[in-house]
Design a binder for this molecule. Structure first.
Ligand code: DX5
Ligand code: ZN
Length: 220
């Protein structure tokens, strides 16, 4: 069980993009802690979502933490754009390039919190030598690229391993993919303190349901 504050980070990937600003306001009003922003390039992952200009457009609707998950390769050339567009946490994938340490340093040099994400097949040991260079570890519990996939059960083992690596450090442990009110308890018990939820919050795109959906995950 994590001792760090529990956070829910709804992913706007499942929002209705035709009224994105209102969808962000609605999850803030419904109790979101972080706003999870999934950036996909159609190269590192087999899907394209949106980039820094879209993120910048929603920066004006809330002061909440923008938790930016970059599923792009290469990453370094775009970090300043996302910092300028209002990111608070910038997470890069460990698999996205050969110089992870450099990318993490670059994020911190921009004055932002640095995160590192691990695809399902990537072992926790990959980040053992950069653990003091990160503010957040993101364990992917689906193959990145799409919302609405099922949670991969092996992720629970990895969350526990990541928690052990983090130890007493001041680092968020985030889990992304297939999170629901039914598995949230097990994920937090394994050691995570930040849960990303896309379809579990935005499913149906009916703002009147968002508070109940967020509460169901929080109360689990
Ligand atoms: C997957 C994204 C996730 C996704 C989660 O590539 O990184 O953040 O939006 O969506 P759900 O919660 O529907 O699995
Ligand atoms: Zn994500």
């Amino acid at each position: 069980m994590s001792t760090r504050p529990f956070r829910i980070a709804p992913s706007i990937l499942s929002a209705d993009f035709s009224r994105l600003g209102d969808e962000v306001t609605a999850i803030v009003d419904a109790g979101a802690d972080y706003i999870h922003i999934d950036v996909m390039d159609g190269h590192f992952v087999p899907n394209i979502s949106f980039g820094a200009p879209v993120m910048k457009a929603i920066r004006s609707v809330t002061e909440k933490i923008f938790d930016v998950h970059l599923m792009i390769a290469p990453t370094d050339a775009y970090l300043a754009d996302f910092a300028k567009a209002g990111a608070d946490i910038i997470t890069v994938h460990a698999e996205a390039g050969p110089h992870l340490h450099r990318s993490l340093q670059a994020i911190r040099a921009l004055g932002k919190k640095a995160g590192v994400a691990l695809n399902p097949a990537t072992p926790v040991s990959t980040i053992q030598h950069v653990i003091d260079d990160v503010d957040l570890v993101l364990v992917m519990s689906v193959n990145p690229g799409f919302g609405g996939q099922s949670f991969i059960p092996d992720a629970l083992t990895k969350i526990a391993q990541a928690k052990a690596l983090i130890g007493r450090r001041d680092i968020d442990l985030e889990v992304d993919g297939g999170v629901t009110a039914s598995n949230a308890r097990a994920i937090v018990d394994a050691g995570a303190n930040v849960l990303v939820a896309g379809s579990a919050v935005y499913g149906g795109n009916d703002p009147s349901t968002y508070a109940g959906r967020i509460a169901a995950i929080r109360d689990a």
